[in-house]
Design a protein around this ligand. Structure first.
Ligand SMILES: C[S@@+](CC[C@H](N)C(=O)[O-])C[C@H]1O[C@@H](n2cnc3c(N)ncnc32)[C@H](O)[C@@H]1O
Length: 287
């Protein structure tokens, strides 16, 4: 027996629920403006809109600890949710404030009164900005880790040689800042440790049964024989250790948005990594 949309936790009808339940998404690209190019690593507005429609409803608090120029918070404003983000770099939180202002001028009545803000801070201090057990949904894309932080080998001539064959891939990853508190500058072990801390804090501010969605892409370690680094699997593991339930995994197919490159030809075959993963965690609930 189907329920009315008032009775579902996300306000979706049974038909919408079914249509949106595909676990491979290839229909969430959105037009990019010059501010998106300036940042270089935003996710599409349509992706944020889709995630919010699946895991939250009107009036809920939605959070993004790595907010960039505020795509998650803008989705919250558009969809009548409260939106709070944290972003390390002032230049990006300023852009977010402008974009949010623009979005809000088109809203009326109670929608305009809801809080929408990207705070400039290190997300490892997120508990300063959110009450415990208040957030329904986190949607976030952390920076890619820095795979190039190994110390020079004591006996070797210097750093391990980079595998040229996949060089282009890593060069597409923007280096956002030189700041020591930027997750994009952490070596992989430290990256996972610090992300686990953030995941624990996010769990604390999430209410029971709430969700946390992480958009990540796997990598190749170009300084280690181009070995495949299953970033999504590693983040699932640290999330579970942090206390989350691994609830779902969605593949974001980006083949139509990325140019195919000739990799390793003619000696070693590599696939082009043209997909990202949406890891969906859920806060355990006494049911
Ligand atoms: C992949 S981008 C997120 C983009 C965002 N989803 C959007 O659409 O605008 C990751 C962001 O995390 C920020 N960041 C890096 N380290 C951080 C930290 N310690 N605390 C908060 N933000 C951080 C970076 O400055 C960058 O803007």
């Amino acid at each position: 027996m189907t329920k009315s949309t008032d009775e579902t936790f996300n306000g979706l009808s049974a038909k919408e629920w079914t249509v949106l339940s595909k676990n491979v998404w290839n229909d969430v690209s959105s037009p990019r403006q010059s501010v998106h190019m300036l940042h270089g690593a935003t996710f599409p507005q349509a992706l944020a809109d889709r995630v919010l429609s699946l895991y939250s409803k009107q009036g809920d608090i939605v959070f993004d600890p790595f907010a960039g120029i505020g795509t998650t918070v803008i989705a919250a404003a558009k969809m009548d949710r409260i939106g709070i983000g944290i972003e390390l770099q002032q230049q990006f939180s300023d852009i977010a404030a402008n974009l949010i202002d623009k979005e809000k001028t088109d809203l009326f009545g109670s929608k305009q009164l809801l809080r929408h803000e990207v705070i400039c801070d290190d997300c490892r201090s997120l508990e300063k900005h959110l009450y415990s057990s208040s957030v329904q949904l986190t949607l976030s894309a952390p920076p890619y880790p820095n795979m190039n932080t190994r110390p020079p080998h004591p006996k070797g001539p210097g750093r391990p040689r980079k595998v040229d064959v996949v060089e282009e891939m890593s060069e597409r990853v923007p280096a956002h800042s030189l700041r020591q508190d930027d997750f994009g500058n952490f070596g992989y072990a430290m990256y996972l440790d610090e992300l686990k801390r953030v995941l624990k804090k996010v769990l604390n501010v999430t209410r029971e049964g709430g969700y946390s969605v992480w958009v990540v892409r796997d990598q190749r370690d170009t300084y280690n024989s181009a070995q495949y680094v299953p970033v999504h699997a590693d983040i699932i593991s640290i999330g579970v250790v942090a206390g989350w339930k691994h609830h779902d995994l969605i593949v974001w197919d980006q083949n139509d948005q990325r140019r195919l490159m000739l990799l390793g030809y003619p000696n070693v075959f590599y696939s082009n990594m043209n997909c990202s993963y949406l890891i969906v965690f859920r806060k355990p609930k006494d049911e």
